[in-house]
Design a protein around this ligand. Structure first.
Ligand code: NAP
Length: 286
């Protein structure tokens, strides 16, 4: 029951109507019987500064930040976690006694999703397709764990820049950027332990698209698709048929939310309740 004491959590973005975060977080709040509520606020770009001031003024406990504000929001926060600073984007704000701390939980969420599927990252040779926000988050977070990262992007300049940025923060990891020429993808993918799709290829309504050809994967390669709509992309279907271990983007979505929830409340939320709510929300989108 909402009362005058109920604490507020929220997500800000533009548009925001399709966000699955309210369903996931409110499911965790209900399961834990906490006096909290999680709302979604549509914040147009011109209103971002005011919205952040509002978080302080209203004593909102924590917020998620989504497209298009993940980068611009940084200038309005009091402190930025070093990992988020490296990634160059914030997806979580924690209000600690009026001080707003920005962090990025995407990479940690991805790492937890991989660990949940018993993917042992230590010493792995990984390939990340894409050089956008999600690729940056995964690259910076996974770099200390793995031995080699190859970044493949359709604009080679972007993959090389990201590789340089990651390398600068993680000296002992071998990081290289490449184009997406088929000969390069084939060579990199055939020799890797983990392939991560951090592009929107295969996402609804383009479910028939796939970033890889059928014979580029080996059965001993683990395949992680960040795309979560549909739940099982063509890439994951193909990988499963070959016998590869697969990791779903929905698990990353749930875990990045869980990391944020814990930073706001100090409580580790029930993953199963959040995942169930995310699955229902995804189903309702159809
Ligand atoms: P982004 O910043 O826009 O980056 C997208 C990247 O994919 C860019 O490098 C882009 O290249 C590349 N790309 C786009 N279309 C492509 C195509 N047809 N072929 C090859 N490369 C292509 O997006 P993002 O935030 O990184 O998100 C990427 C995907 O991850 C999205 O599907 C998003 O929904 C998903 N995601 C999932 C989670 C989760 O929790 N599961 C979290 C974050 C993101 P250009 O720069 O050349 O355009």
């Amino acid at each position: 029951m909402i009362s005058a004491r109920t604490g507020v959590l929220c997500v800000i973005g533009n548009p925001i109507e399709h966000s699955m975060s309210p369903k996931m977080h409110n499911a965790a709040i209900t399961a834990l019987d906490l006096d909290l509520v999680y709302m979604a606020f549509n914040v147009p770009p011109g209103r971002l500064e005011g919205a952040i001031a509002g978080i302080k003024a209203l004593g909102i406990i924590g917020a998620n930040v989504t497209i298009p504000h993940k980068i611009n929001v940084m200038q309005y926060l009091d402190e930025i976690h070093p990992l988020a600073r490296n990634i160059g984007a914030v997806n979580t704000i924690t209000n600690v006694d009026g001080v707003l701390l920005g962090s990025n939980t995407d990479g940690l969420g991805a790492m937890k999703a991989l660990k949940e599927c018993n993917v042992e990252l230590d010493g792995m040779n990984i390939v990340i397709a894409g050089a956008g926000g999600a690729a940056r988050a995964l690259g910076f977070t996974l770099a200390p764990e793995v031995s080699r990262i190859s970044i493949l992007a359709r604009r080679e300049r972007k993959s090389k820049q990201l590789a340089r940025d990651i390398k600068m923060a993680n000296d002992s990891t071998d990081v290289e950027g490449f184009s997406m020429a088929p000969s390069i993808i084939t060579r990199q993918v055939r020799s890797c332990d983990l392939f991560i799709n951090a592009t929107p290829v295969g996402m609804h309504p383009n479910e028939s698209e796939c970033i890889l050809e059928n014979d580029w994967l080996q059965p001993n390669t683990c395949v992680f698709d960040l795309v979560y709509n549909p739940l099982e992309t063509k890439l994951l279907e193909m990988a499963k048929a070959i016998g590869c271990k697969i990791v779903h983007g929905l698990d990353m979505l749930v875990y990045q939310g869980a990391v944020a929830f814990e930073s706001w409340t100090g409580i580790c939320p029930p993953i199963s309740s959040m995942k169930q709510a995310a699955l229902v929300a995804l189903d309702n989108r159809k």
